[in-house]
Design a protein around this ligand. Structure first.
Ligand SMILES: [Zn+2]
Length: 378
């Protein structure tokens, strides 16, 4: 029994050393064996052996570095960052977009098409064509593709096999991933849009650890990242702030209920003024257009209620993302002041910030989930 435990522990340590060495190269970039040994507190023979194995597995490569002393050149190692790539596809009512991420989490290709969502064979083919386009742009072979995360604005099961609520796409609740991915020649699973965007934010944003991500787009959802990881809830629908009631018997929401936050804080509330062009709305606001200013003030009223509620619930940092995150930076101080006025415990609202992953966060997060899964198997 004890012998078995000891051997399991030894195996774990070996695996852990390999992973630490690989991740050090992946995150910090090229290095030599002595530098890795020093950085990670490992013996030189342990590092050299692991490096040899990782190179034999084609996960890393080596080249001759420059000698400081004029003696023999040290061998330098780095990861083969496109040894595998992952694809994230984001589906909305108006667009299909796709990104390809390498093992460092660098987006190496991106495509975006205006395409109205219609549940049809032609649309499913278009998804597969979009994936084919992004893989072509990334310049990688089929064998390098880990898989596809199909990010949808729907509630999905934890295994990503099917949806169980489809109010945004106006579909029956139960739709399988197999149906959507029938023309995709790679392993594919559904991912939730806000949770994927929060995943990307958690990957790139080093300023916050525990935070609540507010995905403020044409539809609204949130995702709590607590203890450096997502909290998904009992039925994988935590953070559905879009359907918090903020006005009794208020505007009709697409979910069928009244007074939901989505009806007051969807970015459509702003872009409806400019024929769907959110950038144009913010241009008008910058020019202090009277109608835009009035609309913005009303919008902020409801946004502040929501931010305050989230803060009272979680006592964590709050990150504003989604489409709004691309434009809201110049107004952050104003929003912080309004939020602070509602907060009985704080004399500032520095806990509120704007996302760092501003473009294609949902597709990116979907791809990064697959990258993380793969790295754990190295
Ligand atoms: Zn609703």
């Amino acid at each position: 029994m004890f012998e078995q435990m000891e051997s399991i522990t030894r195996t774990d340590i070996k695996r852990n050393n390999r992973l630490r060495i690989y991740n050090q190269l992946r995150e910090a970039g090229e290095s030599s064996c002595p530098a890795l040994a020093k950085k990670l507190g490992l013996s030189l023979p342990t590092v050299s052996k692991n490096i040899a194995n990782l190179e034999a597995d084609h996960l890393i490569f080596s080249f001759d570095g420059k000698s400081d002393t004029g003696g023999r050149s040290p061998k330098i190692y780095d990861v083969v960052s496109d040894y595998r790539v992952a694809i994230g596809v984001n589906i909305t009512n108006r667009h299909i977009s796709a990104v390809a991420s390498d093992l460092r989490g660098t987006i190496i290709a991106h495509v975006r098409y205006r395409q109205k969502f219609v549940k049809s064979d032609a649309y499913f083919k278009k998804i597969a064509d979009t994936i084919s386009d992004v893989i072509k742009e990334a310049g990688v072979a089929d064998t390098q593709v880990l898989g596809v995360s199909l990010v949808v604005p729907a509630l999905i099961t934890k295994d990503g096999d099917h949806t169980y609520y489809n109010g945004v796409l106006r579909l029956d609740p139960y739709v399988t991933c197999a149906e959507f991915s029938r023309y995709i020649p790679y392993p594919t699973r559904f991912c939730h849009d806000a949770r994927s965007a929060a995943y990307a934010e958690n990957w790139y944003n080093r300023n916050v650890s525990d935070f609540f991500y507010m995905m403020m787009s044409d539809t609204i959802c949130g995702a709590p990242i607590l203890g450096r990881g997502p909290y998904s809830g009992l039925d994988n629908r935590s953070g559905e702030i879009g359907h918090m009631k903020i006005v009794r018997n208020g505007r009709l929401c697409y979910c069928g209920k009244r007074g939901c936050m989505d009806s007051y804080c969807s970015t459509k509330v702003l872009s409806n003024m400019t024929k769907g062009d959110l950038a144009l709305f913010f241009q008008l606001l910058e020019q202090k257009d009277e109608k835009a200013v009035t609309r913005w003030k009303e919008y902020l009223h409801y946004l502040v209620i929501t931010i305050n509620t989230v803060r009272m619930l979680f006592d964590c940092s709050i990150v504003i993302g989604g489409y709004l995150g691309q434009y809201i930076e110049p107004y952050l101080d104003e929003i912080r002041q309004l939020v602070q006025q509602e907060d009985p415990f704080c004399d500032n609202a520095d806990y509120l910030s704007v996302c760092v992953c501003k473009s294609e966060a949902s597709a990116t997060g979907g791809a990064l989930m697959l990258i993380d899964q793969f790295i754990k198997t190295i």
